[in-house]
Design a protein around this ligand. Structure first.
Ligand SMILES: Cc1cc2nc3c(=O)[nH]c(=O)nc-3n(C[C@H](O)[C@H](O)[C@H](O)COP(=O)(O)OP(=O)(O)OC[C@H]3O[C@@H](n4cnc5c(N)ncnc54)[C@H](O)[C@@H]3O)c2cc1C
Length: 473
């Protein structure tokens, strides 16, 4: 396609991503967004202003060269576009689907000032999907170094680190506690946002590049970090165990059957295939029930949209602030509303009520108003006295945050942790206080995003490679 003048480019509206109709998708688990076709992608690529100092690249935590890959899309050179993307991002089909682009690359795009940013995420997904269909070009691999690296955890941080280190010629083994590789990408994010087949294909690519994956190995139980280093002779270890420990509200009645964490709910559905008709559903049957999900982030949005798809009569999202303060991605909020999720804003559960057999029956909710900003900078939710009321529910899912997975830290006493049990690591190199051990992703930063975890994986790989080459700590 021809390049247009900047004035002409400004005039083109953002290309719409085709989606499954809301009424249909609210009852199935297939992907909501359907992807751009070739002409639509090229049409969108025409809108790039090709800025001299691209703010989009600075807005991306891994510095994807947006203008360069978008230019190749415009030229119809999709393999070249994929090559440029892969230089900075080893999981583009995933980030193209789940990154909060509006806060990162697209938020920084000059066109965003007019509320009409370039659809960078959609273009990234287009290129990555094209590459998946036409075959991935594997980057060249350095000759074997004879060094062994163990990676603990197979989320985006672990996978990125593995991909980078294998290219440097090191022997890489990823140890994963669960039976599937991918971390939150497979056990947290539901099929309708990120099909598991896409994650599996990315994992297969890494396998083909030579990464060894060991599932059902719980580091700290099956084997400790010290044993990996002293008995199995790993030269370096990267700990990327995530922040998957659910937090609860500590209100009365949280023990009733029918109250669970979003992590448990989503893990059961994602890893035990409750989203498929041909599998028995290993969760409470929410069909025809009222389900309340508490929280306002991506996890809450995933849980409530999942409950809706499993046949909930009413899927309520209870959030103590307003929509403006919600941490969830804008697109997820929009999709949830279109599908029929009901938002109970400025409200907060204060008690779960159950029957004499121990089953949840109701949730008592208090209304809130916004007060002065708190530590997070967001207005503090302040309870309105006397505003409590009761909602009849069959299930309540708590999605108010997670904290550090503690096992590796508790079995590696010479590795320093900080408040909350997160691992202390040098920001530039991700070295921990223990020689040869690096850490990154959510287990260092606290619950964050896929792309930030990938960035950490990349930083760690660079530092591990340097350490393996020169041996200095
Ligand atoms: C439901 C949900 C939806 C989300 N949606 C988005 C989104 O749309 N966009 C976005 O950018 N981010 C999203 N996030 C956040 C994002 O997924 C995380 O920030 C990211 O996955 C962190 O990556 P990680 O590699 O640090 O850890 P994780 O992805 O948590 O992976 C850690 C892995 O380590 C394994 N592990 C833990 N302990 C051990 C052990 N002792 N031995 C062996 N293995 C172990 C775990 O089983 C897990 O597989 C979401 C998170 C959740 C929970």
């Amino acid at each position: 396609m021809d390049k247009l003048s900047p004035k002409e480019r400004f005039k083109i509206p953002r290309t719409h991503m085709p989606e499954q109709p809301a009424q249909e998708r609210a009852h199935n688990f297939t992907e909501v967004n359907l992807g751009l076709q070739v002409l639509a992608a090229q049409h969108e690529a025409q809108r790039c202003l090709d800025c001299a100092s691209p703010a989009c690249t600075k807005g991306c935590p891994v510095g994807v060269k947006v203008a360069a890959f978008v230019d190749k899309v415009l030229a119809g050179e999709f393999a070249a576009a994929a090559g440029i993307l892969r230089q900075d991002n080893v999981l583009p089909a995933i980030t193209g689907r789940v990154c909060p682009q509006e806060e990162q690359c697209e938020g920084a795009c000059l066109l965003a000032k007019r509320g009409n940013s370039l659809a960078i995420g959609h273009l990234e997904r287009f290129v990555a999907d094209w590459e998946r269909q036409h075959g991935v070009q594997f980057p060249p691999k350095a000759p074997p170094t004879g060094k062994k690296v163990a990676i603990v955890g197979s989320g985006p941080a672990g996978l990125t680190c593995a991909g980078d280190l294998i290219q440097k010629g090191h022997q890489v083994t990823v140890f994963e506690a669960l039976h599937e590789i991918g971390g939150v990408l497979v056990y947290g994010i539901p099929e309708f946002r990120l099909p598991k087949a896409i994650v599996r294909q990315e994992v297969d690519n890494l396998r083909q590049m030579g990464v060894d994956f060991q599932t059902n190995v719980v580091i700290g139980r099956t084997v400790t970090i010290d044993q990996l280093m002293n008995e199995e002779h790993y030269d370096a270890v990267f700990v990327a165990t995530g922040a998957g420990l659910p937090q609860f509200m500590n209100i009365p009645g949280e023990h009733f059957n029918g109250v669970c964490s979003a992590n448990e709910f989503l893990t059961r559905i994602n890893l035990m295939k409750a989203y498929r008709d041909d599998y028995d559903q290993p969760v409470y049957d929410v069909k025809g029930q009222n389900v309340a999900v508490i929280g306002g982030g991506n996890v809450a949005m995933d849980a409530v949209r999942t409950a809706l798809r499993l046949g909930a009569k009413n899927a309520w999202l209870i959030y103590r602030r307003t929509e403006a303060e919600m941490p969830a991605r804008v697109e997820e909020v929009k999709h949830a509303k279109e599908e029929g999720v009901q938002f109970l804003l400025l409200q907060n559960p204060v008690e779960f009520l159950g029957d004499d057999k121990g089953w949840l029956r109701k949730v008592r909710v208090q209304k809130m108003q916004l007060g002065e900003p708190d530590k997070s900078g967001r207005p503090r939710p302040v309870p309105i006295p006397g505003s409590e009321y009761e909602l009849e529910v069959g299930m309540a899912i708590v999605a108010i945050g997670t904290s550090a997975n503690p096992l590796v830290q508790s079995t590696t006493p010479d590795m320093k942790t900080r408040k909350g049990g997160y691992i202390e690591a040098d920001p530039a190199t991700l070295r921990t206080s223990k020689k040869g051990v690096f850490a990154g992703g959510d287990i260092v930063s606290g619950a964050a995003t896929v792309i930030l975890a990938m960035g950490a994986g990349r930083t760690a790989a660079k530092a591990i490679d340097a350490y393996l080459q020169n041996g200095t700590w």
